[in-house]
Design a protein around this ligand. Structure first.
Ligand code: NAX
Length: 327
């Protein structure tokens, strides 16, 4: 039998952690034939709550769960890790400026990047979920110089899934009919959910819906969906975010189907005018355990403007963390 894969989850006692851990334990992250060992990282005040979740994981009697360990030290939590899900982050509190937010998160993602560099397994794959996800991933990556850059990603799969759901509803087709939808840029309100190349049942989505619906309805609905969930639920998205994290890693390991792609924030190679090194969302395919940016797409004028606006925000965030000495 296969040795268990080590999966580290930070922020394990939080809302997303609670939804995520049981799906990992049930085999949905890596597949029904892959045993997993969970390594949970929390801050000291939340270790007790994480222990409670670990008791429930035990009570699930999951055949694929080889054990759960809890840590409050990143060095230990990332020791030997194969899959690192960086969920815990510092939320924006009242009156906090963006620079303060980035600085507070630098205090989390810098030591975590260092710990990954020092102790993670050679094949480590990192997904940053905690916001601001793209720039937190940039910070972690810049403190892990020995880990190949393409192992650091940030999550825009939830935005991608939200876009699929809105389009399926509009077109009256199941999500399985939709192909080549893409999220570009930052996981923030500036993101650009694009249907320029998207298809449903082999037909062009851009031709089937009108531009006014795209601009005034679809794009803002997807980009502001997080706020709408908070408004309705009184809490931010958690189960859907966990589900998207499962999708992101499952696809990374198992690949995208032929003739389709998905969305992930990955390190830019300079494609589509996105400055090299930024962690920005692109249409990506996955093959042999690697995410690759889809190359050679024609970008129309509307898309160009939207991509540039979101990338400009990422550049600004990068410049801020650079000035703060975080990267
Ligand atoms: P919660 O506040 O419920 O949980 C966060 C947990 O992280 C807490 O238990 C906290 O103790 C822990 N934590 C804080 N600092 C830590 C550290 N240094 N090491 C380990 N653990 C630490 O938040 P939750 O709703 O679970 O959301 C987690 C993050 O996901 C937030 O930053 C949130 O903004 C972000 N999201 C990202 C999404 C995406 O699509 N990329 C969507 C959903 C979500 O909003």
């Amino acid at each position: 039998t296969q040795a268990p894969v080590n999966v580290t989850v930070t922020g394990a006692a939080g809302q997303i952690g609670y939804a995520l851990l049981f799906r990992i334990a049930s085999g949905q992250l890596l597949g029904q034939d892959v045993p997993v060992k969970l390594r949970l990282l929390e801050i000291p005040q939340a270790v007790k709550a994480a222990e409670g979740t670990a008791m429930e994981l035990e009570d699930g009697a999951f055949p694929l769960l080889a054990g759960t360990d809890i840590f409050d030290d990143p060095k230990q939590a990332f020791e030997g890790t194969n899959i690192a899900l960086l969920v815990g982050a510092r939320p924006r509190s009242k009156g906090m400026e963006r620079g303060d937010l980035l600085e507070a998160n630098g205090g989390i993602f810098k030591p975590q990047g260092e710990a990954i560099n020092a102790g993670a397994a050679d094949d480590v794959k990192v997904l940053v979920v905690g916001n601001p996800a793209n720039t937190n991933a940039l910070i972690a990556r810049s403190h892990a110089p020995d880990v190949p850059a393409d192992r650091f990603t940030a999550m825009t799969r939830l935005d991608h899934n939200r876009a699929l759901a809105q389009l399926a509803k509009k077109l009256g087709v199941p999500v399985t009919e939709l192909k080549k939808v893409a999220i570009w840029g930052n996981h923030s309100a500036t993101q650009y959910p694009s249907v320029q190349h998207a298809e449903f049942g082999g037909k062009s989505i851009a031709e089937a819906v009108d531009q006014a619906w795209l601009e005034n309805d679809f794009i803002p609905t997807v980009a502001k969906r997080g706020a709408a969930i908070i408004e309705a639920r009184g809490l931010s998205s958690a189960a859907s975010a966990a589900s998207a994290a499962i999708d992101h890693v499952y696809t990374w390991v198992n690949g995208t189907p032929a003739g389709d792609w998905t969305s992930a924030a990955v390190v830019s190679d300079g494609s589509y005018g996105v400055p090299e090194g930024l962690i920005s969302s692109f249409p990506v395919t996955a093959k042999d355990g690697k995410y690759e940016i889809v190359q050679g797409l024609e970008i129309d004028e509307f898309s160009r403007t939207r991509i540039d606006a979101s990338v400009a925000e990422l550049v600004e965030e990068r410049d801020t963390v650079q000035k703060l000495g975080l990267i």
